[in-house]
Design a protein around this ligand. Structure first.
Ligand code: NAI
Ligand code: MG
Length: 492
């Protein structure tokens, strides 16, 4: 039985102590009122003539109309990709392909502020994250893969390799541009042509990326962007011309995709949900760990597949860690994502807010103790307070299901073996964190934890050279590094 964690706290409200002056980001996101599909190098109206709205979740105002691609549009996009593959891209020497990727990377850097603002407006993430993480990392993925384009033969020495041809890719709304970069950069570096579907709440930066492809002079049809909802995604995945598919999103949709592709020749990689254990041993530097825990669960409002959403703390330091966490979340700034001081921005959509709210209710109903920051939330838009649950046991839904919001479940353990057993007792296996002073313990834990990524004394660290992906219901295949690139090539 985990010891009940209680700690008297003095709730701090930001406004009661001091208030920062607003520091709004002022760059122009250069938005259009209407976004068409990007097919064969041009922006084209959807065949059905239908558009859907995308809103700013921070204030619920409409930003733009986004084209809804149907099966005919997906058909044209796949045909354009196939033509580009056969006529130019698939035969182009790697050295030449690399030049286009370098160009894309540099253009993304040139337009970084514009893209960061557009990303924040469309999806709700704090501007400091889109500015300092999403956009620079997206450019870094193109730079990294540009370097590989003429060195592919070193990926599999002694073997012949070849691109798949047309690749169908479907991405989620939590890192819209970055997920696009994770998907498109390795695919085209390897010589494939792509049809990508962005998530319905966050299509703008993907369609703006079409402009970058034009500016870079990328041959027509190498990259095609078809916006729409699940049906459009299914059309991309199931299209007869897509010989390889890559999906990032929920485990439920991952299962649908696996079922629909079973028995076909298509190659697939799936990057799905997670419920990562972030494990704090009593010899860890606790202040450093608290910063890592906060980053692990509150980065991007917790809309992160590898979020450290299950904190496992060694019992002897559990009360201390909880007290520190409560003090820390009291000073997190929640609100306008466009303010440069904001730590937690808007929840991506009303649906996601409802899902978080419902799961949090189950946490209270099942007997865990809830601690929320006393911050004031804006009256318009979708927001959720940074939330901690102590006294959580493994059977609680909040310990098992992906909440995908700023909600941390805290469990305790006594021995290393118990920590490993609890950490691995999940349907997922995407990531984990270990906080300890001992290098040998880090090595032991990283061998015993069934997770694709194990961070030690840090959390949420990414690099294009470092492969990322999961075990079990977190999916299969890797993105990033040599392993990720190999998933876009066939060995012959
Ligand atoms: P989702 O998995 O439905 O959406 C991801 C992408 O898949 C979107 O582009 C969507 O349009 C597309 N899609 C939906 N149905 C499809 C189908 N049948 N065939 C092909 N593509 C399809 O995720 P959703 O509904 O936005 O979020 C639901 C929950 O999923 C979240 O609350 C969160 O827990 C989890 N999620 C996890 C992500 C992760 O990276 N681990 C990312 C997004 C959501
Ligand atoms: Mg939006």
């Amino acid at each position: 039985m985990a010891k009940k964690l209680t700690q008297p706290t003095r709730e701090l409200v930001f406004g009661d102590l001091w208030e920062f002056d607003p520091a709004p980001e002022s760059a122009d996101p250069k938005l259009k009122k209407r976004y068409d599909l990007f097919i064969n190098g041009s922006f084209v109206a959807p065949h059905s003539g239908k558009y859907f709205s995308t809103i700013n979740p921070a204030n619920e105002t409409k930003i733009a109309d986004i084209a809804l691609a149907d099966t005919q549009d997906v058909d044209s996009a796949c045909a354009a990709a196939q033509r580009a593959f056969v006529s130019t891209w698939g035969r182009m020497p790697g050295k030449e392909r690399g030049k286009y990727l370098y160009r894309i990377a540099r253009l993304l850097q040139d337009r970084a502020r514009e893209f960061a603002v557009a990303e924040t407006m469309d999806g709700g993430k704090p501007i400091k994250e889109s500015r300092d993480f999403d956009v620079p990392m997206a450019a870094a993925h193109f730079f990294y893969h540009a370097g590989w384009a003429d060195k592919l033969e070193f990926l599999a020495p002694g073997r012949q390799i070849a691109p798949h041809g047309v690749v169908g890719q479907v991405i989620p709304w939590n890192f819209p541009l970055l997920m696009l970069a994770w998907k498109i950069a390795p695919a085209i570096a390897a010589g494939n042509c792509v049809v990508l579907k962005p998530a319905e709440t966050t299509s703008i930066t993907a369609l703006k990326f079409g402009e970058i492809c034009q500016e870079a002079g990328l041959p027509n049809g190498v990259v095609n962007i078809v916006s729409g909802a699940g049906e459009t995604g299914a059309a991309v995945i199931n299209h007869p011309l897509t010989t390889k598919v890559a999906f990032t999103g929920s485990t439920d949709v991952g299962k649908i995709i696996m079922r629909s592709l079973a028995g076909t020749e298509k190659k697939m990689t799936l990057e799905l949900g997670g419920k990562a254990a972030n494990i704090v041993f009593d010899d860890a530097s606790l202040d450093q760990a608290v910063e890592g825990i906060v980053n692990g669960i509150f980065f991007n409002q917790g809309h992160v597949c590898c979020a450290g959403s299950r904190l496992l703390v060694q019992e002897s330091v559990a009360e201390q860690v909880l007290a520190k966490l409560k003090r820390r979340i009291a000073v997190l700034r929640v609100g306008d994502p466009m303010d440069k001081n904001t730590d937690l921005g808007a929840i991506n959509s009303r649906e996601q807010l409802t899902k978080i709210t419902e799961l949090v209710k189950t946490g209270v109903a099942e007997g865990a103790e809830m601690h929320q920051s006393a911050c004031r939330l804006p009256t318009k838009g979708f927001y959720f307070k940074p939330t901690l649950f102590s006294g959580v046991s493994m059977s609680h839904r909040i310990a098992r299901e992906e909440i995908f919001g700023p909600v941390l479940s805290i469990l305790t353990f006594r021995t290393l073996e118990e920590a490993v057993e609890k950490a691995n007792n999940t349907a997922f296996g995407l990531s984990a964190g270990v906080w300890t002073d001992k290098g040998s313990r880090i090595l032991k834990m990283s061998t015993l934890l069934k997770a694709g990524v194990v961070w030690a004394n840090t959390y949420n660290k990414f690099d294009p050279a470092s492969p990322f992906g999961g075990y079990k219901e977190s999916g299969f295949g890797r993105e990033g590094g040599k392993q990720g690139l190999l998933d876009y090539l066939k060995l012959i």
